[in-house]
Design a protein around this ligand. Structure first.
Ligand code: AR6
Length: 183
């Protein structure tokens, strides 16, 4: 499904984010930035070892050995990926941040989009952040993600945003939310 938002494109598709030819892809990382399972593991495998080296460098230099806080984002090269950049963000773990988990998830999308724009990126692909290992309910995540992306696209002349869903079921959930918003 593809929609026009203020001259920008918002698209939903099923697929593997590591294959995306957008300028940037977003990684649902953890605060260590040292890799993990799920989409994080897939991105590190496809990008190659240099991605981990740059992530370690960011931990040391930019983050002074601290973890990347939930909702924040950093950018690296894409190395062997078709995408030029990887934007790493850390989603909230469901029920670990009771009061502000939707706000933190919205921050992941907002900060990733802002960082992308600063870097001159005009096409970006997101996975469904926090809805795997971090157990965020897909329907609430879809509402939060799409609301944040649409508000951003209404405010800026950005380009295109693709949500790459890993299952037909997730796609159907995101599609239902997007259709509701379009009404
Ligand atoms: N392309 C697109 N989506 C994918 C891919 C892929 N190749 N692989 C998985 N997904 P998760 P989280 C989907 O668990 O919940 C890691 O260990 C997956 O089906 O990757 O934010 C990190 O290091 C789900 O819909 O991320 C963290 O420790 C979505 O991506 C932790 O998991 C997100 O699932 C982060 O958990």
């Amino acid at each position: 499904m593809k929609t026009d938002k203020n001259g920008n494109i918002l698209e939903l598709m099923t697929g593997d984010i590591t294959k995306q030819r957008t300028d940037a892809i977003v990684n649902a990382a953890n605060g260590s930035l040292l890799g993990g399972g799920g989409v994080d593991g897939a991105i590190h495998r496809a990008a190659g070892k240099e991605l981990l080296t740059e992530c370690k460098q960011i931990r040391e230099e930019q983050l002074k050995d601290e973890k990347l806080p939930t909702g924040e984002a950093v950018i690296t090269s894409g190395y062997n990926l078709p995408a030029k950049y990887v934007i790493h963000t850390v989603g909230p773990v469901w029920k670990e941040h009771h009061d502000n988990q939707e706000y933190l998830l919205a921050n992941c999308y907002q900060n990733s989009l802002e960082l992308a724009m600063q870097q001159g990126v005009s096409s970006i692909a997101f996975p469904s952040i926090s809805t795997g290992v971090y157990r965020f309910p897909v329907s609430l995540a879809a509402k939060t993600a799409l609301k944040t992306i649409i508000e951003f696209l209404k405010s800026y002349n950005f380009g295109s945003v693709v949500m790459v869903l890993f299952s037909e079921q997730d796609y159907a959930t995101y599609e239902a939310v997007l259709k509701e918003k379009a009404e």
